[in-house]
Design a protein around this ligand. Structure first.
Ligand SMILES: [Zn+2]
Length: 483
């Protein structure tokens, strides 16, 4: 375990978090002054930081604000997919360890086999997640990303169910806000991309896609989202005396473009995201997903940033968060490590960076870190994900470097189902691997609300409730006896 993290960067973080952030919906309410109650809680935490039992209870019960980086299907545990596969009459490809749609012709077997075949059940849970993963079998990168295609058949028609699973777990881990990535446009972009061939002329492409009926199609997608949210409320018994705590979690959506797609498809996905966010206040941002090291992702990286530069000018109020620097030396040629984060900010207009794990490889890294601190660009750090996919852990991860430079940071789960993690586990890792202290954890939790793309009045409400919840938490923990 590393030494306790200095409180100096925290002071910088709190101070700078009070500055007005630039860009869309980035208003920030200053944190209340540190109190003696906070100091007493921080002292309690120092006493129990080496006690994994009480420390776990502390971190689970601590109000943690928002989770800003969540892929919907990646957040679902494999056991849940297995249950849905049985209920929905899916098949299991026992060789590939994947779910498929029926008919279950040999060698496929009905998913109902999972109820009685413990060995198959265990193997499929392992295949759909990082559980029992070992580097001797395959890379963490392959295991992680391949799992999505293996469970995707089980996500069909289950969007409201996935939402319920995510918000219920979020509430149990004391999160009050989540930003979820999924095709909230009901795949309008995927369908329309084939109608308008890519020409490279973005203005005419946009006009052609709008003329082809994108906005009308997105109105239908909004109704699909209404139905999804209705299913979520039904499952959690919202507005009844038995309501699950997940009903109280505020949910907003991001639409991620898939960076391995063709240029026309990526442009159409981005446009769909900006348009959807303009039409529907529940959709707050665009993002970009899929492995950053893929052939097309690398080849078209600058083109994707050019698209965002153009579209940001058309839709300046829509939030942009981008996966960038989810890389490690050796995964890609050195040249690819040198510019993705800076380009995502300067050309892609990202107000938040997902992962940012390769920041030390960027050209002018120190200048970039100072710019991110000055411009209030938040980094969404997902420690379990970066460990699983990149093998990046402990002091190799730049979390403390970001904090030392005063760059805003929020812990996030990314894909807690695949990673077999939780937001509490992410906080635990920040303590175990980086030695963070309580005031720093608290500042990151508050930052996860301050830098959310949620509209200002709701953000103010979330921050007020967070401050009240933290005060109650600190009162409860300020005087916990030494075990
Ligand atoms: Zn991600």
């Amino acid at each position: 375990m590393s030494s306790t993290w200095s409180v100096l960067p925290l002071a910088a973080l709190l101070l700078s978090a009070g500055c007005a952030a630039r860009g869309p919906r980035a208003t920030v309410t200053p944190a209340p002054a540190a109190s003696s109650r906070e100091a007493a809680t921080a002292a309690t935490f120092e006493r129990l930081r080496n006690d994994p039992v009480l420390r776990r209870v502390f971190l689970r019960d601590m109000p943690k604000g928002g989770d800003l980086h969540v892929h919907v299907s990646g957040a679902i545990y494999a056991e849940t997919f297995a249950r849905w596969a049985v209920d929905d009459g899916l098949c299991v490809d026992a060789a590939r360890l994947a779910f498929t749609r029926p008919p279950c012709d040999a060698p496929l077997v009905p998913a109902s086999r999972l109820v009685t075949d413990d060995d198959l059940y265990d193997r499929i849970i392992d295949a759909l997640s990082m559980r029992n993963w070992h580097p001797a079998r395959n890379s963490g990168h392959s295991q992680f990303f391949d799992s999505f295609s293996k469970f995707s058949a089980a996500t069909r028609g289950r969007m409201g169910d996935m939402l319920a699973a995510i918000t219920s777990r979020a509430a149990a881990q004391r999160l009050s806000y989540v930003e979820l990535m999924y095709p909230v446009d009901d795949n309008v972009a995927r369908r329309m991309a084939a109608q308008v061939p890519w020409t490279g002329d973005m203005a005419s492409m946009r006009e052609a896609l709008l003329a082809a009926g994108m906005r009308e199609a997105l109105q239908q997608a909004r109704r699909t989202l209404d139905a999804t949210e209705a299913r979520h409320r039904e499952l959690l018994k919202c507005a009844t005396p038995q309501a699950d705590a997940g009903c109280a979690v505020t949910v907003r959506y991001q639409l991620p473009a898939l960076r391995a797609s063709s240029p026309g498809e990526v442009f159409t996905q981005f446009l769909s995201g900006f348009e959807m966010a303009t039409l529907d206040s529940r959709v707050v941002a665009v993002n970009i997903a899929q492995p950053e090291d893929g052939l097309v992702a690398r080849r078209d990286f600058r083109l994707h940033m050019d698209m965002l530069d153009y579209l940001h000018a058309q839709y300046p109020r829509v939030g942009i968060a981008l996966h960038a620097g989810e890389l490690i030396e050796g995964l890609v040629p050195p040249e690819d490590l040198r510019f993705h984060i800076r380009s995502s900010i300067e050309r892609g207009h990202a107000r938040r960076i997902g992962h940012g794990a390769a920041v030390m490889h960027e050209d002018g890294a120190l200048d970039l870190l100072r710019t991110m601190a000055a411009e209030r660009i938040l980094v969404e750090v997902a420690l379990s994900s970066s460990d699983g996919i990149l093998g990046l852990r402990g002091a190799q991860h730049p979390l403390k470097t970001y904090l030392a430079f005063g760059v805003p940071v929020a812990l996030s789960t990314d894909d807690e189902g695949v990673s077999r993690s939780s937001i509490t586990r992410e906080y635990e890792r920040a303590v175990e691997e980086h030695g963070l202290d309580y005031p720093t954890l608290k500042a990151m939790a508050r930052a996860s609300l301050q830098y959310g793309f949620v509209e200002a009045p709701e953000k103010e409400r979330l921050l007020r409730e967070f401050d009240a919840a933290i005060a109650a938490f600190e009162t409860a923990w300020a005087s916990v006896p030494r075990p």
